[in-house]
Design a protein around this ligand. Structure first.
Ligand code: ASP
Length: 442
């Protein structure tokens, strides 16, 4: 019998997880049961993915850059990558603004709903935490992000998943230095990282064996902790605008894949599906990163030199889904609470700040909402209305986070293909299974 493709197994796990979650919400003890006995398996899976992120970035980026053998190639790849990231993100914001101004989801929200949402959520600890975090980020100097990118201790940087950009910085410095000492002297270290890279990719294969079960746990947990469906329905119009924007972005990526990369976009999406489904289930592009790298490199055929550079950077700075969501959410909040702030200049400011905010947003669940506070602040949104503004969108944030993270990952993968195509570094896929070598060692 033909083996069922991984993405189908994951999909079945997700559907069963949703059904199980729904079933459990109808029992009084169901929520506790899921939290005590099911959720830990999802948490373990996410921890395992994060566990391999640092060694993977380190090994593949150092190997990738040193394989380029040429500093000017590295420079032009860097510039091209950042430029394409900026273009796709700006486009996403444009799509978001276009849709939210056309469909005006804020105008259909009654005063009664605003009051209800305000009472339910505005003093919610989750919202307060997001505002405090945003204030902290806002108070920092404008160049703080550059300062934060540079580690003062490489081991510390590797010891903290939040410092991914510092690890990238260290790996780039090391990769460039490896090129500069010349082939012969670089050889031993290159071989070491090459082998480490292979090992970590094998770890991804092993971890992915548990993915169908883990997504069951993750989705069952999302369902039992979801908000009251009645409130969700009231925000349907707003959520639909975000989803429509995200779908437009998917179409855009598929067109780019078909016409620029010249590959069948449906085939590409199928290859990428496990990474997308994990992004959806975990709401974290950082957690999905190892799988995204493995799929893009082994199953789509983007050369390691490109994938190892473009994807880790993309996971941290390129967030099309997040920026689109921020544009829609910001204007939606203005439509409901502060219509006098809805002029053209403010919308232009939203484009700029949403672009910067999506670069600054961490690749973890809910980060987009923290940065939304900064977007709203930049257009002078009254601070006393801020908790109410966030309360308006809080109930649907998790499902939208799942979807925008999927787009974030799809965008990173698409850009890696575009960059690879432009450098002639797209080759035949060479997918490896976890047990390729099993017979020899069992
Ligand atoms: N969860 C998103 C990500 O990891 C960020 C966000 O939009 O909150 O890509």
């Amino acid at each position: 019998m033909k083996k069922l493709a991984l993405h189908w197994k994951i999909m079945i796990g997700m559907i069963l997880g949703v059904l199980f979650g729904l079933l459990m919400t109808s029992f009084p003890q169901g929520k506790e049961l899921v939290k005590d006995w099911i959720e830990p398996f999802g948490t373990i899976f996410v921890k395992m993915l994060k566990l391999i992120a640092v060694p993977l970035i380190l090994a593949s980026l150092i190997k990738g850059i040193s394989d380029l053998r040429n500093i000017s190639k590295f420079k032009s790849m860097g510039i091209r990558t950042i430029a394409i990231y900026m273009v796709t993100t700006t486009l996403a914001i444009g799509v978001g603004l276009g849709l939210v101004n056309t469909f005006k989801p804020g105008e259909g929200i009654s005063q009664e709903t605003v009051l209800q949402l305000k009472e339910t959520y505005s003093s919610d600890v989750g919202i307060q935490k997001k505002i405090t975090e945003a204030v902290k980020q806002k108070e920092a100097s404008p160049l703080q992000f550059l300062v934060d990118m540079v580690p003062d201790n490489a081991i510390n940087a590797m010891g903290n998943n939040k410092l991914m950009l510092q690890v990238i910085f260290f790996a780039m410095l090391m990769g460039i230095s490896l090129i500069l000492i010349g082939e012969k002297r670089a050889e031993p270290l290159k071989k070491f990282f090459d082998s480490l890279n292979e090992v970590v990719l094998k770890m991804v294969d092993l971890i992915m064996l548990t993915a169908p079960y883990a997504v069951f746990a993750l989705l069952a947990t999302v369902i039992v902790t979801a908000d009251d469906p009645v409130i969700l329905v009231k925000l349907l119009h707003y959520a639909a605008v975000v989803v429509m924007g995200l779908l437009i972005m998917i179409i855009f990526y598929m067109l780019a894949i078909a016409f620029i990369v010249k590959k069948n976009p449906f085939w590409v999406m199928r290859q990428l599906a496990p990474a997308q489904l994990l992004a959806f289930s975990t709401s974290s592009s950082a957690a999905a990163l190892p799988v995204t790298m493995e799929r893009v490199e082994e199953h789509i055929g983007v050369d390691g030199e490109v994938a190892s550079f473009v994807l880790p950077i993309g996971a941290t700075i390129n967030m099309d889904g997040t920026s689109l969501y921020q544009a829609v959410a910001a204007v939606f909040i203005l439509q409901v609470l502060w219509p006098e702030g809805l002029y053209f200049q403010n919308q232009l400011t939203i484009v700029l700040t949403a672009l910067l905010a999506s670069i600054g947003a961490a690749a973890v669940p809910g980060a987009g909402m923290v940065m939304l506070v900064i977007v709203l602040d930049s257009i002078g949104f009254p601070s006393d209305l801020l908790p109410i503004g966030l309360a308006l969108i809080f109930a649907v944030d998790r499902p939208l986070d799942m979807m925008r993270t999927t787009i974030n990952v799809t965008s990173d993968a698409t850009v890696s293909m575009l960059v690879a195509k432009s450098f002639n570094k797209l080759s035949k896929p060479h997918s490896k299974e976890w047990d390729d070598h099993y017979d020899a060692v069992k």
